[in-house]
Design a binder for this molecule. Structure first.
Ligand code: MLT
Length: 206
């Protein structure tokens, strides 16, 4: 199994939720850790570093150009990440259903790919500035998996149309998708964090 350089912090209470933190291009496993407590106090953290290097910048999968993804690489990396989550669950004694992905940009895109290709790896997902990562040959089954997409109205990289296409794709697999629009570009804002915190606090209990 592929191992990932990562940070793991157990939840405050055994059986509590685990935030799978997935950084953006050029980030690392430490980037989103300070957000965890603001998003869901007491949650555990599993924060891997992407294994692709683009001119020295870590990412979770290869791209051919800005917004144009290497789909074969994406599929492979998604499988590796799903297997890493399952192995971490066994090592640290948590259930993959208690895993909530929180991804930004490239991290949101691999979280979207996990939902579309390996929905068993996650219980819920928060996608900040997400694109359509790929269109799977067969639609996944993710009955009522809660998903928040928080995208920017002025994002030069992700259009409203692409955001709605992603929401529709996830909904067609059964996910319970909320789309939240921020008055922002591609960068993460305080409003994103507040929106995600409120959404996480009232997400359906498993
Ligand atoms: C990025 O810079 O990470 C892109 O906007 C998204 C991606 O390549 O996955």
């Amino acid at each position: 199994m592929t191992d990932f350089i990562h940070v793991f912090q157990p939840p405050a209470t055994a059986g509590g939720p685990i935030l799978l933190l997935l950084h953006g291009t050029g980030g690392n496993e430490h980037d989103l850790v300070p957000l965890a407590d603001a998003l869901l106090p007491g949650a555990g953290v599993l924060s891997p570093r992407g294994q692709v290097l683009e001119r020295g910048m870590p990412r979770f999968f290869k791209r051919l150009a800005e917004g144009v993804f290497d789909v074969e690489d994406l599929k492979l990396r998604t499988t590796e990440l799903a297997d890493f989550i399952a192995a971490s669950a066994a090592t640290h004694d948590f259930s993959t259903g208690d895993v909530i992905a929180v991804g930004f940009s490239n991290g949101a895109n691999i979280a979207g790919a996990l939902l579309l290709l390996r929905p068993d790896a996650l219980g819920a997902a928060v996608l900040f500035r997400a694109m359509v990562p790929l269109t799977p040959a067969t639609l996944p089954k993710m009955p009522a998996t809660p998903v928040l997409i928080s995208n920017g109205k002025m994002d030069p990289l992700v259009s409203a149309e692409e955001t709605e296409r992603l929401a529709a794709l996830l909904r067609s697999g059964g996910a319970d998708v909320t789309v939240s629009w921020q008055h922002a570009g591609h960068e993460l804002t305080d409003r994103d964090v507040i929106t995600a915190r409120e959404w996480l606090a009232q997400r359906p209990a498993r």
